[in-house]
Design a protein around this ligand. Structure first.
Ligand SMILES: [Zn+2]
Length: 201
């Protein structure tokens, strides 16, 4: 299960912060609710593309002794299951959907001039289908602005709150993904619990 790293700051600061295993060790398990601190369990690495960053980052993992499942602490500038960071996706969506730029101009605004246009279309499609849900969820933080549709409303709310701050609230408190969970994890981003196979015969 992925949860949010409590750390707030830049990618460079994140690298320093993750070197100490005990500093952000969860004091209980979010999966079985065991009230024992989790045990540091190494890292996995994932790629991340963000403004002036295109490399891999290490994500700290912890293990629960009771349920034997792992919890990874994902930094808040990265979205679960997406290689691109929140900042570049935000720049792209604002340029495309709020300012009305072309796909290629929006990619340039997001510092991603050479990305295939299909990637931008994919973000737009996912954001459009998630916009109404975002408006409803973010209304807990901010009165909805007057906007012609949910897409503009959600973008304006995200701009006011700050995309990463909004993501922290959506993901940590509500398990809502900014662009919607991939179909295999819908609706709340948790892998379905594996049930023991029924006895045969
Ligand atoms: Zn557990």
């Amino acid at each position: 299960m992925q949860i949010l790293h409590p750390f707030v700051g830049s990618i460079q600061q994140y690298f320093k912060e993750t070197s100490e295993p005990d500093r952000y060790r969860p004091d209980h398990c979010p999966q079985c609710e065991a009230n024992r601190p989790l045990m540091a369990h190494g890292f996995y690495s994932r790629t991340l593309v963000d403004v002036e960053f295109d490399s891999s980052i290490r994500v700290r993992r912890y293990l629960c002794h009771c349920c034997k499942r792992t919890v990874s602490l994902l930094p808040s500038f990265a979205l679960p299951y997406l290689r691109f960071g929140i900042t570049v996706i935000a720049l792209f969506l604002i340029a495309r959907l709020l300012s009305g730029h072309t796909l290629s101009a929006a990619a340039a605004a997001a510092t991603l001039s050479h990305m295939p246009y299909q990637r931008g279309q994919f973000w737009v499609r996912r954001f459009r289908s998630q916009a109404e849900r975002l408006c409803a969820a973010l209304a807990a933080l901010l009165a909805p602005p007057s906007a012609p549709n949910f897409v503009s409303g959600a973008l304006l709310m995200l701009q006011s709150i700050g995309w990463i701050a909004a993501h922290r609230f959506l993901f940590a408190d509500l398990r809502v993904h900014l662009l919607g969970w991939p179909a295999f994890l819908a609706p709340n981003g948790r892998l379905a619990a594996l049930r023991p196979a029924a006895p045969r015969g």
